[in-house]
Design a protein around this ligand. Structure first.
Ligand SMILES: [Zn+2]
Length: 416
């Protein structure tokens, strides 16, 4: 089983656009290819420091990281790398895990000037379930208050979050020295419905689900479609594809809303670095939303993607936690629950789709016009389309991997 999973993983990783982003690095700056260098370095030391910055990282920082890794309870791989646009676009933890092929937590810390940021993916041994790293991360309110002027505080916290996701241990408190001065703010208030959903919530980041994407591409598309329709006579209306004009309206009003939220954030003076990060992230999503909206004004997939991205931009700009869309239909309420979809594949879903899946049914899903020929002109659930044709399909509108803005940007680059 595990071997099969890895084979699929490797095969699928080879076609991910992220890979081409890394390969596009200028040869003189990264020879041999960056992921290969990191993987080679990890054979002797699982804390890799890029040679371009070895002098700049104090030994005390590395010692702290090694100590945290030793007590993590799972294999820990850490890479400290200078941030470049190509590196930032690539999904390095996934590319690196594909090279190592072992379970564990893969942490990549990127530095730009004096500013550190981290991304990570947790890979469990096949068959082992637990919380996703992204849900632990998003529940960890302290993560936004951790200093970013040196690598250890964020990397150590990420390792601790991975341990919590892996074996359920409690998250230790953050040492005061790792907190930004004056960041002892109270936790943000939650609405009643938020609290109700929290027990099973996927939370903000959906990156943790990325590990499952290859399985999804390989397996999910071929899930028997009959499962949901058994015994239920569908009316004509049910079989009609969703109309572009309706989705365009949704997208346009959400884009406007996100623009207003961002304008409000822009007007705030003395923004904290967390707010500046929120602002950057919200603009990234909004820009991608406007790009697809402008380029494909009549395409249901593009418009639904624009809607999802604008909705996320609106939330992020307002300081709320990021939410993945419902995998089955991105125009539904956000995917605040997770459901098992097929072997080893978990997806975020709205309440009604989650209920359907738990009852063994296939949610109706976003229906789009299939290609003529093989499937006729019947509307089909979008996830049965070829993921290579659309970044929306490939990422489940960002439900499977929170990289839709990058995928859209990468596609734009290709077109040029
Ligand atoms: Zn749904």
């Amino acid at each position: 089983m595990r071997v099969r999973f890895l084979t699929v993983l490797l095969a699928a990783a080879a076609v991910l656009p992220a890979l081409s982003a890394v390969m596009a690095l200028p040869a003189h700056a990264d020879t041999p290819e960056l992921p290969d260098r990191v993987a080679a370095g990890w054979r002797t030391d699982r804390v890799f420091v890029d040679e371009r910055m070895r002098a700049a990282v104090p030994a005390t920082e590395l010692d702290r990281i090694r100590t945290a890794a030793r007590t993590a309870g799972l294999p820990v791989y850490v890479a400290l790398i200078p941030r470049t646009p190509a590196v930032q676009r690539a999904d390095l933890p996934t590319l690196l895990q594909a090279r190592i092929g072992e379970p564990g937590v893969y942490v990549v810390a990127l530095v730009d000037g004096a500013y550190w940021s981290t991304t990570a993916q947790l890979y469990r041994p096949a068959g082992l379930r637990g919380r996703s790293l992204s849900s632990v991360r998003s529940d960890d309110k302290r993560r936004l208050d951790i200093v970013s002027d040196r690598p250890a505080p964020q990397v150590v916290r990420t390792i601790q979050q991975a341990s919590t996701a892996y074996d359920g241990r409690a998250l230790p408190p953050v040492p005061a020295a790792d907190l930004e001065p004056g960041r002892e703010r109270p936790e943000r208030g939650l609405s009643v419905s938020d609290k109700k959903d929290r027990a099973t919530a996927v939370g903000a980041g959906v990156g943790g689900l990325l590990a499952f994407v290859p399985m999804l591409v390989a397996a999910l598309r071929y899930r028997p479609a009959s499962k949901g329709s058994k015994g239920s006579k569908r009316s004509e209306a049910d079989e009609r594809p969703v109309e572009a004009s309706r989705v365009r309206q949704l997208a346009d009003s959400k884009i406007k809303q996100a623009e207003q939220a961002l304008a409000r954030l822009d007007r705030r003076r003395n923004k904290s670095s967390a707010q500046l990060d929120q602002r950057d992230d919200a603009y990234r999503r909004l820009d991608a939303a406007k790009t697809v909206r402008a380029e494909q004004p009549d395409d249901v997939l593009a418009l639904a993607g624009a809607f999802v991205l604008a909705r996320q931009a609106d939330r992020v700009a307002a300081g709320a936690a990021l939410q993945p869309p419902c995998f089955f239909d991105p125009t539904h309420a956000p995917g605040t629950l997770t459901v098992d979809w097929s072997d080893d594949v978990e997806v975020p879903a709205c309440k009604s789709c989650a209920t359907a899946v738990r009852r063994g049914r296939t949610p109706r899903g976003l229906r789009v016009q299939g290609k003529a020929g093989l499937l006729g002109r019947k509307p089909v659930p979008y996830w049965t389309l070829d993921p290579e044709d659309s970044p929306m399909v490939a990422s489940g509108f960002g439900a499977l991997s929170d990289d839709l803005p990058e995928r859209i940007a990468a596609r734009k680059d290709e077109v040029r």
